[in-house]
Every structure is written in C-alpha cells, then in structure tokens.
Design a protein. Structure first.
Length: 133
C-alpha cells in the first residue's frame, strides 16, 4: 500500500468499508501530499503486520478528522514524518500508541500546530521528544 494515494491533490474523502489490510507490511507515503483530504476513517484497517508507517499522512494539510483508534503498532519500526504538515489536524487519539523503543518517531509531528502537539504530549507521554521537532 506504499504510495497508494500519494499525490492525489484533489481527493477530499475516501470511504474504506471492505478494505482488507491483513497482510500489509508497508503503509508508508500512503496518503502523502493529499492536500485536499479533510476526513479519514481508518478504524477498519488491520495494521498488525505493518512495519513502516513513515510519511503516511505527510502534507495532508487539510486533514481535520482522522480516526486511527484501532491501529496496532506492535510491529511498526518506522513512523518518521507520519503526520508532518498536517497543520489543520485538531485532535488525534493516540492512547493506543505505546511507545516501543525500537520505533523511529523522528519528526512525526513536524509542521503540526502547537495546540495539537501540546494535546499529544499530554495524552501520551510515551512518544519521544524527537517526534515534536
């Protein structure tokens, strides 16, 4: 699923209902540069086997609502720039994101609003400082 919707500048919404992600290992750059995307519900995604989520939502600058509440990140190794430049994102639930020492989270929230970064730091103390640079 690497680069699957990357660069879809005019894409506003996608509805995933019967999307099978059981064997997916790479979701990097999946929505990269989808600058018109404003809402995304990925609650049906099975991310148990995913290793790479880097740049997954990078530059989704219009994204306001994002549901990743059921993401399982136990096998994920890379989350660099995952939400970079999602500067319209107002809230995100990362309670299930238990920081695994082997996950690279560098620049995860680069370019996001100060308010969002503050909320994330408060709700999940397990995310390393490098995620907020």
């Amino acid at each position: 699923m690497n680069n699957m919707f990357s660069g879809c500048f005019t894409l506003k919404r996608i509805i995933f209902t019967q999307f099978n992600t059981n064997n997916v290992t790479d979701m990097s750059y999946m929505f990269y540069g989808c600058t018109s995307l404003d809402e995304l519900n990925l609650s049906n995604f099975n991310t148990t086997n995913v290793i790479n989520m880097s740049h997954m939502f990078d530059q989704c600058s219009s994204l306001v609502k994002l549901n990743i509440n059921h993401f399982n990140i136990n096998n994920v190794k890379y989350m660099t720039h995952m939400f970079s430049w999602c500067n319209s994102l107002q809230n995100i639930n990362l309670f299930r994101f238990e920081k695994n020492k082997s996950i690279n989270v560098s620049w995860m929230f680069n370019g996001c609003s100060y308010e969002l970064k503050k909320k994330i730091r408060k709700q999940n103390k397990n995310i390393g400082k490098s995620a907020f640079t």
